[in-house]
Design a protein around this ligand. Structure first.
Ligand SMILES: *[C@@H]1O[C@H](CO)[C@@H](O)[C@H](O)[C@H]1NC(C)=O
Ligand SMILES: *[C@@H]1O[C@H](CO)[C@@H](O)[C@H](O)[C@H]1NC(C)=O
Ligand SMILES: *[C@@H]1O[C@H](CO)[C@@H](O)[C@H](O)[C@H]1NC(C)=O
Ligand SMILES: *[C@@H]1O[C@H](CO)[C@@H](O)[C@H](O)[C@H]1NC(C)=O
Ligand SMILES: *[C@@H]1O[C@H](CO)[C@@H](O)[C@H](O)[C@H]1NC(C)=O
Ligand SMILES: *[C@@H]1O[C@H](CO)[C@@H](O)[C@H](O)[C@H]1NC(C)=O
Ligand SMILES: *[C@@H]1O[C@H](CO)[C@@H](O)[C@H](O)[C@H]1NC(C)=O
Length: 429
């Protein structure tokens, strides 16, 4: 068995074990908005209309074609309008279950409110007593970002800016799904993935205007940040350094030769963190998962080094400075100093303080597989003595959030740390 395959199976089994010990919680909403447009009373006509409309969503056949649901029930003043939207890359099944979750949760989150909206990573649901169908709403906005800075913020902003403006027109011009996703190279190891989407009931021009407004929020809040998710009622935008969306089934295969289902543990931890945010005692579990991810990366490298040592024959090519780190027994016994130093190098890359500059597991496998690839110089590791990052959260991708409602005279922005507020319970006034 060759080393990359060995590493792959090791990660696969580890991933499986981690998933066994970690109960999968229902996804938490990214954002919840109960409007101030008034309350209805239990058993009123409005309440009955609303229940009928909401309960029709999970079974709606509209969803099968375009991942979009729009409907209206009743007569003025008890008429209810609703919109549901799935992220453009999602299959019908995961979209259904996301909307089904929203239906259950939205009336609990906003009891007796005539208008409410709820956003998840995978779907969005809104209902109101006003006509929200085919109406662009780009005023209210909510943005959440990863606190980690890119290593070169200027360069990162350039790449993100180009990527985002390049996706604007394809998203707006989309037919049944106004959705576009794309990827750009930041460094040779790090890519930036982005997607933009509008509700398909608005016009091409309105979608473009909504996305422009979202991009303004992104440049305000997410300047140089390695991840950002920004919403408005009519459109959403997100970019990350991991591939958070799925490629369409007929897409050309990725350029980098990757082992088929890459179990990227760090990404799993990232999702876990963002979906669990707000719950105090979830923190320790997230830390443990991330620690396991990092430990597994280091462990794989160590394992592979061990195998190299056992297998390689004699060859008296002693490496340079790094060879002092190697046990004299290994040095005397094995000729694969270059390989061992390369393993140490990869190990150092995996423990860099800036999470964003660490290679993905797929890249590590590639580096181990092909010795012709030049490795970047590692920066300070996370556990370096003079860390600039809060020692309590050395490895977390922290998120902050901001809201802006430009439909009102003042524009509010809020900056919350993990301890202070849960996103889903934030109500802008
Ligand atoms: C609507 O109900 C909520 C509690 O469910 C209450 O806080 C709010 O003041 C009410 N609004 C109006 C306009 O009655
Ligand atoms: C609503 O209607 C149900 C059944 O018709 C009844 O049991 C319940 O008490 C009513 N609730 C209110 C608040 O009127
Ligand atoms: C929606 O969720 C409920 C439980 O919360 C479940 O009973 C129902 O089958 C689900 N419907 C669909 C269409 O997934
Ligand atoms: C829903 O949107 C479609 C176009 O996207 C439109 O043809 C249809 O009339 C809308 N339904 C309602 C109830 O407004
Ligand atoms: C990120 O950069 C900004 C300045 O651009 C700085 O204020 C902030 O402290 C940095 N955050 C981290 C986590 O390094
Ligand atoms: C950041 O990247 C730009 C090019 O995009 C380069 O001119 C600049 O020197 C870089 N800054 C650092 C600190 O590496
Ligand atoms: C990104 O880099 C890969 C090689 O790592 C290259 O094949 C690809 O064309 C680049 N993509 C863009 C958009 O520059």
């Amino acid at each position: 068995m060759d080393y990359p395959r060995l590493a792959f199976w090791f990660l696969f089994i580890l991933n499986f074990l981690v998933s066994l010990t970690t109960p999968q919680p229902a996804p938490r909403a990214r954002y919840n908005r109960c409007s101030t447009s008034g309350n209805y009373t239990t058993n009123s006509t409005y309440s009955k209309n609303l229940n009928a409309l909401l309960s029709s969503i999970p079974a709606s056949s509209d969803l099968n074609s375009d991942g979009f649901f729009n409907a209206s029930i009743g007569q003025n003043p008890d008429q209810v309008y609703a919109i549901g939207l799935c992220r453009g890359d999602l299959a019908v099944g995961s979209c259904h279950s996301c909307l089904n979750n929203s239906v259950q949760a939205i009336t609990q989150a906003c009891p007796n409110q005539k208008e409410a909206s709820r956003w998840y990573d995978h779907c969005m649901l809104r209902f109101s007593n006003r006509n929200i169908l085919s109406t662009m709403e780009g005023g209210f906005g909510f943005t959440v970002w990863n606190k980690a800075n890119a290593t070169n913020q200027t360069q990162f902003n350039d790449v993100v800016g180009n990527l985002l403006s390049g996706l604007r027109d394809p998203a707006a011009a989309g037919g049944v799904r106004k959705y576009a996703a794309g990827v750009a190279n930041y460094t040779s190891l790090l890519k930036i993935y982005a997607m933009e989407q509008c509700t398909p009931d608005i016009s091409v021009m309105d979608c473009g205007r909504c996305l422009d407004a979202v991009m303004t929020d992104v440049s305000t809040y997410c300047n140089g940040k390695v991840g950002c998710y920004s919403i408005k009622p009519s459109c959403v935008l997100r970019y990350e350094t991991n591939q958070f969306y799925q490629l369409p089934a007929d897409a050309p295969p990725p350029l980098m030769p990757q082992p088929a289902p890459t179990p990227v543990l760090v990404n799993a931890a990232y999702e876990q963190h963002s979906s669990l945010r707000g719950g105090g005692n979830n923190k320790s579990r997230t830390l443990i998962i991330i620690a396991i991810s990092t430990a597994s990366a280091v462990l794989v490298v160590v394992l592979i080094c061990l195998f190299l040592r056992l297998r390689k024959g004699k060859q008296n090519n002693v490496g340079r400075t790094g060879s002092n780190l190697i046990d004299p027994i290994l040095r005397a016994d094995s000729g694969s100093i270059r390989d061992i130093i390369r393993c140490i190098h990869i190990g150092l890359l995996c423990v860099q303080e800036n999470v964003a500059s660490r290679p993905t597991m797929a890249s590590v496998v590639l580096m181990l597989n092909s010795f012709s690839i030049t490795l970047p110089l590692p920066s300070e590791p996370a556990f370096f003595m003079h860390s600039s990052i809060d020692p309590e959260f050395p490895l977390l991708h922290e998120y902050s959030s901001g809201t802006k409602d430009s439909s009102q005279s003042t524009s509010k922005s809020a900056h919350f740390s993990e301890n202070e507020a849960s996103i889903s319970e934030l109500h802008p006034r």
